[in-house]
Ligand binder design. Structure first.
Ligand code: SF4
Length: 114
């Protein structure tokens, strides 16, 4: 009898633990799918002149661009030092290339362009 109650309790605890794990798994999956690479063809990216390689910035169309500027030194870049890409506050849910660039580039405090 006592063992049976314990088994039911254990089953219930297991079921609750399983239910608790579902939302966490869903959040992890959502985060992974949200971290997609920003495409240059994205409408907002186009309007801000985003390129995945700052070496390919059209300097005539973007007179504010100076050689050496790129996402890795931009105040909006949230990637880790040395990372190939990372999140950007201007493009939520997307990853921009560390060597990319767009028109709203602003030097991150303490960083040096180039
Ligand atoms: S805001 Fe900065 S980090 Fe974001 S895409 Fe433009 S240059 Fe790169």
């Amino acid at each position: 009898m006592g063992d049976e109650k314990l088994s039911r309790r254990q089953l219930l605890q297991g079921a609750l633990a399983g239910l608790a794990a579902v939302p966490a798994a869903a959040l992890i999956a959502r985060d992974a799918s949200a971290a997609e690479a920003l495409l240059e063809t994205d409408a907002t990216a186009k309007s801000l002149g985003y390129v995945s390689d700052a070496g390919k910035v059209d300097a005539k169309a973007n007179p504010t661009y100076k050689a050496g500027q790129n996402c890795s030194t931009c105040i909006q870049f949230g990637g880790k030092a040395g990372a190939a890409d990372g999140p950007c506050n201007i493009f939520p849910g997307k990853l921009v290339k560390a060597k990319g660039w767009c028109k709203v580039w602003v030097l991150k405090p303490g960083a040096k362009p180039g």
